[in-house]
Design a binder for this molecule. Structure first.
Ligand SMILES: NC(=O)c1ccc[n+]([C@@H]2O[C@H](COP(=O)([O-])OP(=O)(O)OC[C@H]3O[C@@H](n4cnc5c(N)ncnc54)[C@H](OP(=O)(O)O)[C@@H]3O)[C@@H](O)[C@H]2O)c1
Length: 340
């Protein structure tokens, strides 16, 4: 089969097409003929070699695919060849065929395209897990969503409004601020140009926020933590700030890491605040979290309460361009790659 291989860690052009053997599935796995790949910032971090526990190259990246079941393992009961599905792949997704344990696979509604499925699974599970499961948000609470114009951000804004929250969303460009407003954000802030701590205080009458939803990390954590009102929850689930324009700018990355605050737990007790981290990539053994969330998300999709925002569609042979675009910070919404 044809696959995209990270030949060494580095800039987008380390991605090369190769002919590799088809994956061989175990009794618990499913083989999927890939129709659409959901591009994730995690793929950029994997290509750069800074994703936790990433193996050494050569490796096939890709953690999210939609397609058709080609084959199932002997012990798989709930899928059969021909089923339309979406799946987490824990690498190996940038290929014509991808395998994954059946517990990471979900059937997709008849009316859902492969592109929509590949744009929704990781983004909406991330938003759901962060806002509903961990932050356990209540109607009327205020949430600060960083990088609100990206793949996860555009879904998180819609979900937060659906859950009755007041949304303050940040992004780095006017185009993304406009999009976030259209999606229902109550206040939008350009956090590259303006001081988001001061702006958030101003638009909340000095209150701050109940929840910070942060995938950017680094130097912005300190300000976000200062914004937390009593009973505030800081949800940290990414560190996009360490990425450079095409590669890793080691000095900038180091500055961002050093700027993240060292936590002193007794201070969190007296301030009544908490910080929670998560990574779906390492959560696949907790199947129940994923199953319940996907059921809810598919319902919201069917009733058009959550709409996938696809900011760019690339063909498989444009994978280098797709990575360059996502890493540039110029992309909005989710990037989908179609596989012929
Ligand atoms: N923990 C998990 O389970 C999990 C799951 C999914 C995603 N994530 C994380 O959530 C974030 C969003 O993922 P995504 O796939 O939807 O990507 P995305 O939001 O479409 O793209 C990443 C965003 O990060 C922002 N950003 C800030 N500093 C950046 C930098 N130095 N370089 C590039 N971008 C920078 C950009 O928005 P602005 O230009 O507006 O700042 C950009 O739009 C990523 O950090 C990802 O790792 C975590």
């Amino acid at each position: 089969m044809k696959a995209v291989v990270v030949t060494k860690f580095g800039a987008p052009d380390v991605l090369k097409f190769k002919e590799v053997p088809d994956p061989v599935i175990s009794a618990e796995e499913v083989l999927i003929r890939v129709k659409a790949i959901g591009l994730n910032f995690a793929d950029i971090m994997a290509r750069l070699g800074v994703y936790p526990s990433i193996p050494k190259p050569p490796l096939i990246p890709g953690i999210e695919v939609a397609g058709i079941v080609e084959k199932k393992g002997a012990r798989v009961r709930n899928f059969r060849p021909g089923d339309r599905v979406v799946a987490f792949t824990q690498l190996g997704g940038y290929a014509e065929l991808a395998k994954t344990p059946a517990r990471n696979v979900r059937k997709i509604p008849r009316a859902m395209s492969f592109g929509d499925a590949a744009s929704l699974m990781v983004t909406s599970l991330t938003a759901y897990h962060g806002l509903c499961t961990l932050a356990n948000v209540r109607r009327g609470e205020k949430v600060l969503i960083h990088a609100g114009g990206g793949g996860v951000g555009t879904i998180a804004i819609q979900m937060a409004k659906l859950l009755g929250l007041e949304v303050i969303a940040t992004a780095s460009s006017e185009q993304k601020l406009q999009l976030m407003k259209q999606l229902g954000a109550d206040h939008v802030i350009n956090y590259v140009r303006d001081d988001f701590e001061r702006e958030t205080r101003a638009c909340t009458g000095g209150y701050g926020v109940d929840v910070v939803f942060d995938s950017v990390g680094g130097s912005i954590i300190r300000k976000g933590m200062r914004l937390l009102a009593p009973m505030g929850r800081y949800i940290l689930f990414g560190f996009a700030s360490v990425a450079g324009e095409r590669t890793i700018n080691k000095l900038k990355a180091l500055r961002e890491i050093i700027a993240a605050p060292l936590l002193y737990p007794p201070a969190m007790v007296t301030k009544n605040i908490g910080i929670l981290g998560f990574n779906l990539y390492f959560l696949s053994e907790k199947e129940e979290y994923l199953r319940d969330a996907v059921d809810q998300i598919w319902k919201w999709y069917r009733s058009k309460k959550i709409v996938p925002i696809i900011g760019g569609t690339f063909s498989f042979d444009q994978i280098v361009e797709a990575h360059t675009h996502l890493q540039s910070r110029k992309s909005y919404g989710k990037i989908v790659v179609n596989v012929p």
